[in-house]
Design a protein around this ligand. Sequence first.
Ligand SMILES: [Mn+2]
Length: 332
Amino acid sequence: MNENLNLPVLLHSHNSVNPGGLDEASVEMDEPRLIESLDSAIEILRHERKSGRIAGGSIKESFVELGVPSKLVIIGDIHGDITTLRYILNQINADVMLRNSRNKLIFLGDYVDRGPDSLAVLYAICSLKTRFPESVILMRGNHEAPIEFPFPSHNLPAEIIDHFGYQRGKLVYNEKILPFFHLLTLATLIEGSLLLVHGGVPTGSYDDTFREHLSTAGRTYTNNTIMEEILWNDPRQGIRNRDGWEYSRRGIGKHFGIEISRKWLRISKSRVIVRGHEPCQGFRIDHDGSVITLFSCQEPYPNFQAAYMSVNEQELKSVEDAVDLSSQIYKL
Ligand SMILES: [Mn+2]
């Protein structure tokens, strides 16, 4: 059976009714719908961690490992920009693409804050995970950080209170949204090709214990900086000190240099580190092609561009560095 024969009809019917198949996000967001989608996403994420299986790969606490998918789409920071998210999902024809569990859609985190509609974005990603659990992976950004990492631009709690009132809003935030954030994963390794994190790779020396460190990174944060580094680090050029990193001007996290990127590619046997976290003109390449930054929102950052990556199995298997990936990046 050739499924492609059905495509034009499916495309047409879905596009005409619900662009991108993101029908949940087109429906007006209300509290019961949001709670229901959070509850069901939380249930799926908990089950994945318990079973050790996620989207055809393995999960150990906050670390995911996948084989090479047929098609891989990666979306970077969204920051409450539901319009751009809908546009991207429409472009990739998500409703059709995600029905095939050999295709994967991975989000690099930073779903909320800054943009106009964080709740609609949360609703959309939870609905996607619920509808296509075998195809969708939701990673954690610094804007989904534990409350131990406070930062001034976290306007999500205020948005929730605006929507639901103080008492109810506080309850939704504490009992639904924070537990959901806590279940998002910190690192994804695509076999032999890509290492995905939100901010950057940690600067410690882990070598053959890197899997254990990535797995347990989400567990503690008071005496362990790995989660802080994964969520907040940035790649920088020209770091000349012996350690290969400097403290970040963000006041949290670090700037890591090319040697640290190269070490991570070596120990994880991958070719490119893919991360979000910094606005750019869709994408940016650092460290001689070791690192690519992907940014996927427009509305909160009018001076920058949004983009997403869409890469197939053959391209992933032959990728040598970030320059190879740049032709698989689609700017909006
Ligand atoms: Mn970020």
